[in-house]
Design a protein around this ligand. Structure first.
Ligand code: PHE
Length: 342
């Protein structure tokens, strides 16, 4: 029996030594083979029955010593395997901080942002302040105060998203004119950029687009002032050769109203594909602020006059950068965007 015990010890030691690559699960299985309920060491304890009574105490003690030894030996091996596993895990997860970073490329400004910034810089240089009004607007500011009462046919010019009878998504930044004049006495020189919404969608229309509104109100303002300011703008935004031209038009909130054209920056006015052979490109609507609008805001039209203009930023960006479909501006395709560096 005692010999068997020595053999068992040797067997265990040999198996653990051979198992350099063993996992902790393998180790557990081996441990069970010896120390489990039906394991070899437990079997020896059960075999005590067949041993003469006087030998039992000494043998029992010996078996116990081997059990303790085995438990310690397995625990030590378990510890060793744990350390090995951790070391392997750490070296697999190691980060080389000296490796060069994965370059993901820098962003560019969106063409609308570039155009917006340039226009603001241009008008700020002429003394304009910036005003940004709300996108969810009252019918009053978007239409009524701008001389477009309910049932006025001009409402059909802008297919509007109504939220309630009273509230809508503003269809034009002209609403800002009223808000500014209600809060500020002339002289007024304000530029009002912002998103506007119309139920319209094709190659040259988007349900959400950007406008830039300008408003100047003071004593003695005339259409010549409008023309002068737009001339400066056209030369700064396009080329120093660019000319402007006013054509009669109609807006309920301006009288007289004009449509403003730029001489084509591509052909210089000779006529080409971009200007459809006319030499001119339409860029914005404008006019002298209608006296009814001034009255609606408590400004005396016999003392003050003013002009207003409004332009679509998408249109300016398309003309400036030669983009022929407005939808490109909303798809955010990086192949388009990365062509723009500011
Ligand atoms: N609000 C007009 C539009 O959206 C543009 C405009 C602004 C016209 C100011 C005249 C004066 O079409």
């Amino acid at each position: 029996m005692t010999e068997n015990l020595e053999i068992l010890k040797e067997e265990i030691a040999a198996r653990l030594q051979a198992g350099a690559d063993m996992t902790r699960k393998d180790l557990f299985d081996v441990k069970m083979e010896y120390l489990g309920k039906t394991g070899k060491i437990s079997a020896l304890s059960k075999g005590m029955r067949d041993v003469p009574a006087e030998e039992r105490p000494a043998l029992g003690k010996r078996i116990n010593e081997v059990r303790v030894w085995a438990e310690e030996t397995f625990a030590a091996k378990e510890e060793e395997l744990k350390k090995k596993e951790l070391a392997a895990k750490y070296s697999a997860e190691r980060v080389d901080v000296t490796m060069p970073a994965d370059f993901s490329g820098t962003g560019t400004q969106h063409p609308i942002s570039i155009v917006k910034k340039e226009i603001i810089e241009c008008f700020a240089g002429m003394g304009f302040e910036i005003y940004e009004g709300p996108e969810i607007e009252k019918d009053y500011y978007n239409f009524q105060a701008l001389n477009i009462p309910a049932d006025h046919p001009a409402r059909d010019m802008q297919d509007t998203f109504f939220i309630t009878e009273e509230l809508l998504l503003r269809s034009q930044t002209s609403s800002g004119q009223i808000r500014v004049m209600e809060n500020k006495k002339p002289p007024i020189k304000v530029l009002s950029p912002g998103r506007v919404y119309r139920s319209d969608s094709d190659a040259t229309h988007s349900p959400m687009f950007h406008q830039m509104e300008g408003l100047v109100v003071d004593k003695g303002i005339t259409l010549c002032d409008l023309k002068g300011i737009l001339d400066v703008f056209a030369k700064k935004m396009f080329t120093s050769e660019t000319k402007t031209r006013l054509r009669p038009s109609y807006f309920p909130f301006t009288e007289p109203s004009v449509e403003v054209d730029l001489s084509c920056h591509n052909c210089g006015g000779k006529g080409c594909r971009i200007c459809k052979g006319t030499g001119w490109i339409e860029i914005l609507g404008a006019g002298m602020v209608n006296r009814r609008v001034l009255e609606n805001c408590g400004v005396d039209p016999d003392v003050y006059t003013g002009f207003a203009f409004g332009m679509g930023l998408e249109r300016i960006a398309m003309i400036k950068f030669g983009i022929n479909d407005m939808r490109y501006l909303f798809e955010n395709d990086v192949r388009l965007l990365k062509q723009f560096r500011d």
